[in-house]
Design a binder for this molecule. Structure first.
Ligand code: GLC
Length: 819
């Protein structure tokens, strides 16, 4: 942390805390340095909401079915959102989300839990709570509110719920919004007492699906508005809408203009009483083509949602989904920050990544579709919890692979847009770890015989199909057919690192990282071929791996670490005599993960990582960062030194360092790297006002020491860090890792740990794994017992046959070999 200037001494504890039994992060103040968001979703209807109630919602795609507005990158920060105004009879107006009114309150709190965000405020004798979640069975955001009267007199109160509506297509709205605003209507439907919205822009790419949007309450509406500008009033904002001030929603929809949906209800709450009421902000699809059917659907949805007990039942169902997901793997460890991360926040973030790829968050505006490499990696954290979901994703990714084995870079299934077709050296090589993880988890080799289409040369239609196995082989063949002068894979547009392609502008640059990744893919495929009984195939794959290994060893070792690439002219990138970018993190970690090199080389290279890249709050991706414009008129990267790809602490790449050190059996170091980046720990170390971002979700990168903003977290929530840290801690540190031969239990822990416990589902059995560490070692298992019976053989792998027929088993693992 050398060079880090302190900005403020605010303590995080004033503003938030964790409530583990409640699976919650609790906020005591709304004004964090940035919005700390939570995702609410049922898989097709989605929202994100901050601790201050800012956020937006969308249906299926944030690009083409964005339902509400959120002014990305603009001030006022985190606006607008899901706003509930409480108007007391004296005219005082406030919000249980604190914003947008910002009226001083006597008490206020917000809570994010998996899939739900709850807010509560108290002003005098009036308490109001609001919980937001998406109903599992309906495409609707539920606003579950309660008003409690703690006073002695009846409380007369007006509640206004308000959202600003969007024109569905986000980029289109920025470009053509001035015309589209005359292609929409809001109105109140008397029959259902709902505020309705149609945007009937005829150039929508999915016009047949365009929905009717509804906003309805469980109480009769005393007023409504569909007209944002009339509701808010000129030169006002969400903070002080004129309609709320006048206590009259306006009772007008629009046939042109800026749409909103607002509903006013009037309630009188007796002394000591609580009144619960709910709003539903939802969609009924297909309204532009089949309007009468949509109205029928609307009536059915509202009848179901308004039925007594329906909201509680939907909340229970949502919780049950999360309970099931979280119970697939949990630990008891001597460190509560680790437990919290492993048992709750990391798997929660991994689900968000599985759903949204890198598309939408407070930082990402929602136009990026599904990244091929990104989703293939994200699914590694889903494969061991919900293998069906991960298998389904694998098959969908394979439909984006061409017959020659390479793959599209990103797809836009919900947007019905053509894929990004740039050709990268890595996209297709992420398929093998995922397929291998799935087979290892489930034991189902049948996955490899399932069929998926090949993507045709028009980048849109299918060109026949092939088995998963054929797809995986084609991916290897593509890499083998694109080797450069040193025999390493050509970089092409890039490898995993987006900016590395700048070394390969002429198309001749080669990637050491892609070579190491290729070596891993070949090793995993050799194992799978053997499991399939294909010995000849296994030998062919092993021969290719050995060839690639020889090529790497012949050119990539720099004396103390691994080089990162070769440029178009064959010059090494990432070597000791370079002025900038002497050492790159990825080729050191991937040497170990890919299994290329000697123990001696791996250890030396990882020692160099520690010496040259460790900032104390994570490892930089490269050092020193490359100078940029204007110092270098043809800069290698546009990023300033210390930022992003140019020497930031790139968290995703740190997870590979954790795995590499764990594979080397260096527990202390592996854990130091893991703990360094645990969001709540790095935040505490750096300081909330400098770090700024969520304490419960990984960010993509933290600005490095070469920049004055050292310690500032960027692009939280949607990052490959989530999946890889999840895999690193559950499978390599705690060490419970599915392999083709069974479940490996091979922990790498800090020597002071006396033991830990993991509960994990595995092929139908619930395993209670108790690890003891009497000799206080970091690594190495001496004995394993399954329900009291000792496992023979030196390898700490539980073969599935010993679990056969068991629905549960207790596994005792004793670390430290008897001397
Ligand atoms: C970003 C991109 C990801 C890429 C990584 C490294 O996280 O989303 O696709 O692999 O940067 O460049």
């Amino acid at each position: 942390m050398k060079g880090m200037r302190k900005i403020s001494s605010a303590t995080p504890a004033d503003r938030f805390r964790f409530d583990d039994p409640d699976r919650a992060v609790v906020f005591h103040r709304h004004d964090l340095p940035s919005p700390w968001i939570n995702y609410l979703s049922n898989g097709s209807f989605h929202a994100f909401v901050s601790q201050a109630g800012g956020g937006l919602c969308w249906w299926k795609s944030p690009t083409v079915f964005r339902l509400t507005r959120y002014r990305m990158y603009n001030l006022p920060l985190d606006s607008p959102g899901f706003h509930l105004y409480v108007r007391e009879s004296d005219g005082a107006t406030w919000s249980p989300t604190f914003r947008p009114c910002e009226t001083p309150l006597d008490a206020w709190e917000a809570r994010h839990r998996p899939g739900r965000s709850a807010f509560s405020g108290r002003r005098g004798d009036v308490e109001v709570s609001l919980e937001l979640f998406v109903a599992p069975d309906h495409d609707a955001l539920v606003w579950d509110a309660a008003v409690t009267n703690r006073g002695n007199a009846p409380l007369a109160v007006d509640l206004f719920a308000y959202v600003e509506l969007s024109q569905f297509q986000w980029l289109e709205e920025l470009q053509w919004g001035c015309y589209i605003k005359s292609m929409l209507n809001t109105w109140r439907d008397k029959d259902t007492d709902a505020v309705l919205y149609l945007c009937h822009n005829q150039s929508h790419p999915r016009i047949e699906d365009c929905p009717l949007v509804y906003f309805a309450c469980t109480r009769p509406l005393a007023g409504f508005s569909g007209d944002r500008d009339a509701f808010v009033g000129p030169y006002r904002s969400e903070r002080n809408p004129v309609a709320v001030e006048r206590n009259r929603a306006g009772d007008a929809g629009i046939e042109a203009g800026e749409p909103c949906a607002a509903g006013q209800v009037k309630r009188v709450v007796p002394p000591g009483g609580t009144e619960r009421l709910q709003w539903f902000l939802g969609v009924v699809p297909g309204a532009l083509k089949r309007f009468p059917e949509a109205m029928t659907g609307l009536r059915a949805a509202l009848a179901a949602l308004r039925a007594p007990g329906a909201v509680d039942a939907q909340r229970d169902k949502l919780d049950a989904w999360w309970n099931e997901h979280l119970s697939a793997y949990s630990c008891e460890a001597p460190d509560e920050t680790v437990q919290r991360q492993v048992n709750l926040w990391n798997p929660v973030q991994s689900v968000h990544n599985g759903r949204y790829s890198r598309s939408i968050s407070f930082y990402a505006p929602g136009v990026r579709g599904v990244g091929f490499r990104d989703t293939a990696q994200d699914m590694l954290a889903i494969a061991y919890r919900k293998p069906e979901w991960a298998a389904d994703s694998l098959l969908r990714l394979l439909a984006g692979q061409y017959r020659d084995g390479h793959a599209v870079h990103a797809v836009f299934p919900e947007e019905r847009q053509p894929p990004w077709t740039s050709v990268h050296s890595d996209d297709h090589l992420w398929l093998h770890p995922l397929a291998h993880a799935l087979v290892a988890e489930t034991g189902d080799l049948g996955l490899l015989d399932r069929r998926a289409p090949w993507l045709g040369p028009d980048h849109t239609s299918a060109d026949g199909d092939g088995t998963v196995w054929e797809h995986l082989l084609a991916a290897l063949a593509f890499t083998e057919s694109r080797l450069g002068a040193h025999g390493l894979p050509l970089i092409l547009r890039s490898d995993w690192n987006d900016i590395i392609g700048r070394f390969a502008r002429a198309g001749r640059g080669e990637s050491v990282m892609a070579a190491q990744q290729y070596a891993l893919a070949l090793r995993l495929m050799t194992g799978l071929a053997r499991s399939r009984g294909d010995e000849a195939g296994a030998e062919r794959l092993e021969a290719l791996r050995a060839k690639q290994e020889r090529a790497i060893l012949a050119c990539a070792w720099d004396g103390e670490w691994w080089r990162r690439a070769f440029d178009d002219d064959g010059n090494p990138v990432g070597h000791r005599d370079a002025k900038w970018g002497k050492i790159f993190l990825n080729s050191q970690t991937w040497a170990v993960i890919g299994g290329v090199g000697s123990q001696e080389q791996w250890r030396r290279a990882m020692d160099a990582v520690r010496r040259d890249l460790d900032t104390g709050v994570g490892l930089r991706k490269i050092a020193p960062g490359f100078a940029t414009f204007p110092q270098d008129p043809d800069p290698f990267v546009g990023y300033n030194p210390g930022c992003g790809e140019n020497g930031a602490i790139f968290c995703h790449a740190n997870a590979w360092a954790v795995i590499a050190e764990a594979l080397l059996g260096r527990g202390e170091r592996a854990w130091a790297y893991y703990l360094n980046l645990l969001p709540e720990r790095v935040l505490a170390k750096v300081g909330l006002d400098r770090y700024q971002a969520e304490a419960y979700a990984y960010c993509s990168n933290i600005v490095g020491p070469e920049n004055a903003r050292f310690g500032w977290a960027n692009v939280t929530q949607l990052t490959g860090t989530a999946a890889w840290m999840d895999v690193a801690v559950t499978q390599y540190l705690l060490g419970v890792r599915p392999e083709l031969d069974g479940l490996r239990v091979d922990p790498c822990i800090p020597a002071e740990w006396a033991g830990f416990r993991v509960r994990r589902r595995y092929r139908g059995a619930l395993l209670d794994i108790r690890v003891e560490n009497p000799r206080r070692v970091e690594y190495g298992v001496g004995a394993i017992e399954v329900d009291g019976a000792r496992l023979e053989g030196g390898d700490p792998v539980i073969p599935p046959r010993v679990l056969q027929g068991k629905s549960s088993a207790t596994i005792r693992v004793v670390m430290g070999r008897a001397s």
